[in-house]
Design a protein. Sequence first.
Length: 153
Amino acid sequence: MDNTHRFSDWERHLRNSDWLTEELTFTENATTAVTCKSDMMFQIVHYSSSDESTEFGPWSKGLPDPACFLCLVDLNFAGATVMRFQFAHLDGMRYLVPIPKSRLRDGVEDVSNAVEYYYESNSLEFLIGKVIGQFYISSSLEEFARRQGIKIL
């Protein structure tokens, strides 16, 4: 299976398939995996966060617990990692979301407001976030983005 075909299959499964969650343990890291019910060759593995708090930017602020942690999410096919992403655990581990991209706003003179954060709705990160995300009081990744001022393109 070539990579182009594999990633189009990933996109299809992330959009349309049901996923089964299971707790795994690899060495000392607690890990959660979700497996595609219609094709068990496809699996998303989410590794526990690091113990060191991280700064992500203004989009991650304003939550009751200011601690933010970086965590890794792997797309596995037939047990092999085909792609790795960085996600964020926020607000005392109550949120698990993809890290948004950033860009400079055009024509903004206020330097403190010059950067905007966004998700691309067709990106693998966004689709993975919809499958494995944790949103606490938000009901979805879209609502979390709206509350945190993250655009969805």
